[in-house]
Write a protein that binds this ligand. Structure first.
Ligand SMILES: NC(=O)C1=CN([C@@H]2O[C@H](COP(=O)(O)OP(=O)(O)OC[C@H]3O[C@@H](n4cnc5c(N)ncnc54)[C@H](OP(=O)(O)O)[C@@H]3O)[C@@H](O)[C@H]2O)C=CC1
Ligand SMILES: O=C(CO)[C@H](O)[C@H](O)COP(=O)(O)O
Length: 482
């Protein structure tokens, strides 16, 4: 086999097949390999005429068909299969070659893999890819980590296939080792929060106001012409307008209400806990999916027939319209909080793992191709570029103004949802985060007092420096300095 292909893809399921076609369509010579050859045959039979493919039956044949330095992109199931594939490839490749893991790998695994592969003289790049199957084919947003040297080789290849936002490729070198997969993980966390907020908005209109799915779909279509303009709002409208072919009912009414998840949202929250960064909106979104899937618990709760409001309320038309507008404002404010928290997590990780991450560039590459692509990402990148969002996105003048504009609506939505008995965990936790930030004094002082009482954990005073402990068990409860 002659070494002609400038890039190769291993794993030809939904994502890998689309990525290979995208590469071939952009003039790359693409070696392709899949564990079961049937997927390779299918790709070539159905799309072989879209460009130059080099199908391989064995991994050795695949490696031999790549020109040097070889670049192999792995798109297989995350976890053990990815590890296996990396090791098999590394055994066949030579120093200077590049292995790219474009799956949704855990960033700590990427850090370990990069170290192990570097020790063998090869480059290892963990690269987040977002956009689903369609994005992989038509232009994803990509978040590569790894060395600067490997980025030089990858840049023209990845730029050729990435989405373009206002003419700019939606790919940039995020930082060393696991930085790319970390940023993709946070992207997915924000995706969870965004989706849950949209779902809570839907619930308030459906159960609270008794609106039909199609009608709510129209509302989302209108919202997509506002500052909420985004891929997720757009597809929500489509999903809500869809009618089930079998029953003639709205499709959303025949889908089981258990939300699945593959792990990236959970990782975002676990990591945030380790870094001590509150990502409350993302956390609640993960827990909301978890609760939805607790089938037995929910069935038993139904049998318990708890007292309480059932969600539906009567409202005059004008008030209903005003409430729908309040929901839009609350959605925007809570969405800003989710991004602010997500970017804070990236900042904390960059410090912890010594990554030099350009947050404005991250916002720019999320403007196209990825699942959270949205019009307001232009505003986010502007805020980071101007240095206005270094501490929090909420402090950048544009976002401060947006939050202040939405604030009353936001409170009305949370207050009414509580009265209606409709759960809005992300709306309410985002508002609580905002109020927590705004509060001059927090009840944390009382917690410090309690901790000192039962565990001698000490406290600081507002009026003098030092560390103090009250001798709670002794008469007179004298305070001592430590
Ligand atoms: N689907 C999506 O929207 C997105 C997915 N991703 C990530 O991209 C990657 C690929 O996703 P997707 O295309 O959905 O495919 P899957 O995650 O369903 O993985 C299927 C692919 O993995 C291969 N595979 C599984 N086990 C092994 C193994 N032990 N050795 C070798 N190959 C193996 C399969 O080969 P075979 O055909 O032989 O079984 C097949 O090519 C995953 O890491 C996923 O998390 C990232 C962004 C979006
Ligand atoms: O990475 C993605 C998009 O960015 C994938 O679609 C991912 O699978 C979504 O996560 P989950 O399956 O947990 O909802």
């Amino acid at each position: 086999m002659s070494a002609e292909a400038n890039v190769g893809v291993v794993g030809l399921a939904a994502m890998g097949a689309s990525l290979s076609r995208n590469l071939a369509r952009h003039g790359n010579k693409v070696a392709v390999f899949n564990r079961h050859y049937s997927r390779t045959e299918k790709l070539i039979a159905e799309h072989g005429d879209e460009g130059q493919f080099f199908p391989a039956k064995t991994l050795k044949e695949f490696v031999d068909s790549l020109s040097k330095p070889r670049t192999a992109i792995i798109m297989v199931k995350a976890g053990a299969p990815t590890d296996e594939m990396i090791n098999d490839l590394a055994d066949l490749m030579e120093p200077g070659d590049i292995i790219v893991d474009a799956g949704n790998s855990y960033f700590k695994d990427t850090i370990k893999r990069e170290k192990a592969i570097r020790a063998r003289g090869l480059h290892f790049v963990g690269c987040g890819v977002s956009g689903g199957e369609e994005g992989a084919l038509l232009g994803p947003s990509m978040m590569p980590g790894g060395t600067e040297e490997s980025w030089k080789t990858l840049k023209p290849i990845l730029e050729s296939i990435s989405a373009k936002a206002e003419g700019e490729p939606c790919v940039t070198h995020i930082g060393s080792d696991g930085a790319g997969h970390f940023v993709k993980m946070v992207h997915n966390g924000i995706e969870y929060s965004d989706m849950q907020l949209i779902a809570e908005s839907y619930d308030l209109m459906r159960r609270g106001l008794g609106m039909e799915p199609g009608e709510i779909g129209d509302v989302f279509e209108e919202w997509n012409k506002t500052e909420l303009d985004s891929y997720l709002i757009e597809i929500t409208s489509e999903v809500l307008h869809e009618v089930d072919k079998k029953t003639g009912k709205p499709l959303v009414d025949v889908i089981v209400d258990h939300a699945g998840m593959k792990g990236t949202g959970t990782w975002t929250v676990q990591t945030a806990l380790e870094l001590a960064v509150p990502v409350t909106g993302i956390g609640e979104a993960v827990f909301a999916r978890g609760l939805s899937s607790q089938g037995e618990l929910r069935e038993e709760a139904q049998r318990q027939n708890f007292e309480g409001p059932t969600g539906s309320v009567e409202m005059p038309l004008e008030e209903r319209q005003a409430f729908v507008n309040d929901i839009r404002e609350a959605l925007y404010a809570s969405k800003i909080v989710a991004y602010a928290q997500g970017f804070n997590e990236i900042t904390a990780a960059a410090k912890e793992y010594d990554w030099n991450i350009d947050l404005a560039a991250v916002a720019r590459i999320w403007r196209g191709g990825c699942i959270i692509r949205a019009k307001f990402l232009n505003r986010i990148s502007d805020a980071f570029e101007a240095g206005d969002a270094n501490v929090s996105l909420l402090f950048a003048p544009y976002f401060k103004d947006a939050i202040e504009t939405a604030e009353r609506s936001w409170r009305r939505v949370v207050a009414r949802a509580v009265t209606f008995g409709i759960p809005v965990p992300v709306f309410s936790s985002s508002l609580a985060y905002f109020d927590g930030l705004r509060s001059k004094r927090l009840p944390a002082a009382l917690i410090q007092g309690q901790r000192d009482f039962f565990g001698a954990h000490t406290y600081q005073r507002v009026d003098e420096p030092g560390t103090f402990h009250t001798l709670w068990a002794e008469p007179g409860r004298k305070e001592i300095t430590l």
